[in-house]
Design a protein around this ligand. Structure first.
Ligand code: 5AD
Ligand code: SF4
Length: 479
């Protein structure tokens, strides 16, 4: 059995600290000759679970490995280095990862030189590191969300000493620029505007796994967006756990509205942003959205619950009336706007009446899409300490009731699109039917239609002929 070296371990206490001022660094690419020799032209496999922040992290990890001369493969059986980039937001996300780690036992027994690494939000939790070290002795390296910049250092150490390593630092205040990046897509790009989250919703693990909120400098964000425009990207999504609080930590007058205005002026055909936090969503953002045609008229605005008492227990800083007022203010200035949301069902001790308030709210807002979740206790969060008198069966029942209420609206909006023509950014050949192309409308609906492959990457007009709940079918309109 290899020795274990703990270079740094996670600390929930340090992660809670919110007082540090951000520091900005340039990424330092520092491979030894041994590392370069060992990895040049070798294949790596990376699988990512979870949200867009993780997908963007994958792109940065890939960028680093490509710079080492490695080549990406989608086949874990033929790789020299494998990385699982994990998500901790709900238990079922973690279960999937454990299943996949189990599968690697076999792969590693056939390929003894394989370097097997796990990173991402799960590794930010001490109890998970302990479990992996004990149960899965073939995991070589674990590193945290703040340690992607240390990946090459870890590989250097590995090729020197061949130990097992754990490297999870609580570098809440650090922002690295000039990171290598190999984007997964050629037409759509995610651009981080801030990292971490200061909201500490009582159910959520993210502020502990990704640290306190820190904004990138706007000049860096704009330079990255400009480069994407020059490369021919058609769509940019600005990313942050709470984009609306962008700039608060910078103390230089920068706000999300100002940043959005500047990026929208860069000649990018489509601009989106994720995720908005209701009480931080200010009217100046509405004005900027109304001013620019290239900002998609679609907002993901998580409500989480329609009950004021549950919202209070969740430590969300708004009530249902304030949320609905915001929706109405946005609609009055941008009449064609559409909304999606996140909702958690079965927060500890949620009563049926409180759940019904969520249904009421959903019926007032009329979302065109939504992500719904059954509450999942996360160790270390305040909500996980609550006793819960609601059974899992009851939660599943409520979940189904909520989905049925939401789907009525989805169906109504999807049918309303039939007969109309929409602009679609063509992304790829449809997975199910190779004769069809698929792309997204401005309001984020998937459309399938017949067309030539050379349309991929272009924005085309498609008339909708048929609608299903979660996808549409149409035909190209030639002008
Ligand atoms: N249980 C269930 N859903 C959760 N989310 C975050 N934490 C939990 C949890 N413990 C949901 C929230 C959030 C989305 C990304 O995941 O709705 O907005
Ligand atoms: Fe989690 Fe709340 Fe932050 Fe979203 S805003 S990442 S739900 S703590």
């Amino acid at each position: 059995m290899k020795n274990i070296e703990f270079i740094d371990v996670p600390s929930i206490e340090k992660a809670k600290s919110r007082k540090i001022k951000s520091k900005y660094y340039d990424y330092n690419f520092n491979p030894t000759l041994k590392t370069l020799d060992a990895l040049k032209n070798k294949k790596y496999f990376i699988r990512t679970y979870g949200c867009q922040a993780n997908i963007r992290d994958e792109e940065i990890i890939s960028g680093i490995l490509n710079r080492l001369g490695m080549i990406k493969t989608n086949n874990e059986e033929e790789c020299h280095l494998a990385i699982l980039n994990t998500c901790a937001v709900r238990e079922n996300a973690e279960d999937k990862v454990y299943g996949q780690i189990g599968d690697f036992k076999n792969i590693k027994s056939k390929n003894k030189d394989l370097i097997f690494m796990i990173c991402g939000c799960m590794i930010e939790q001490k109890h998970i590191i302990d479990l992996i070290l004990e149960k899965f002795p073939y995991v070589d390296i674990m590193f945290g969300t703040h340690n992607i910049v240390d990946l090459v250092t870890l590989l250097n150490k590995y090729f020197e000493e061949k130990k097992r390593y754990v490297f999870v630092s609580s570098r809440e205040g650090d922002v690295f620029e000039n990171l290598p990046s190999s984007r997964n897509e050629t037409y759509k790009a995610f651009v981080n505007i801030s990292y971490g989250c200061n909201n500490f919703c009582t159910y959520c693990i993210v502020p502990y796994t990704r640290g306190r909120e820190r904004s990138r400098l706007s000049k860096e964000i704009i330079a990255e967006c400009k480069e994407l425009v020059e490369k021919g990207y058609k769509e940019i999504t600005l990313l942050g756990q709470n984009v609306d609080s962008y700039g608060k930590d910078l103390n230089n007058g920068d706000t999300f509205a100002k940043l959005l205005d500047e990026v929208a002026s860069l000649n990018i055909p489509r601009l989106r942003f994720l995720t908005s936090y209701p009480s931080d969503f200010k009217d100046d953002v509405i004005d900027v959205m109304a001013k620019h045609d290239n900002i998609m008229k679609f907002i993901h605005l998580p409500v989480q619950s329609g009950s004021d008492e549950i919202l209070r227990l969740m430590n969300r800083r708004y009530n249902s009336k304030e949320y609905l007022d915001l929706i109405n203010r946005i609609r009055s200035k941008i009449p064609n706007i559409e909304f999606s949301t996140d909702i958690i069902v079965g927060f500890p001790n949620e009563t049926y009446d409180q759940f019904k308030e969520t249904i009421d709210l959903v019926q007032k807002v009329h979302y065109t899409s939504a992500f719904t979740f059954i509450y999942s206790p996360r160790e270390g969060t305040p909500a996980a300490r609550l006793n819960d008198n609601v059974t899992y069966e009851e939660k599943v029942k409520r979940f189904k009731e909520l989905v049925a209420a939401l789907e009525k609206d989805f169906d109504y909006f999807a049918k309303k699109m039939i007969g109309n023509t929409y602009e679609v950014l063509v992304e790829e050949v449809s997975k199910k039917n190779k004769e069809l192309l698929r792309g997204y409308t401005e309001n984020n609906k998937i459309v399938h239609f017949k067309g030539d492959k050379n349309l991929i990457g272009q924005i085309v007009k498609v008339k909708i002929n048929d609608s299903h709940l979660y996808s549409l079918f149409g035909e190209l309109v030639n002008e």
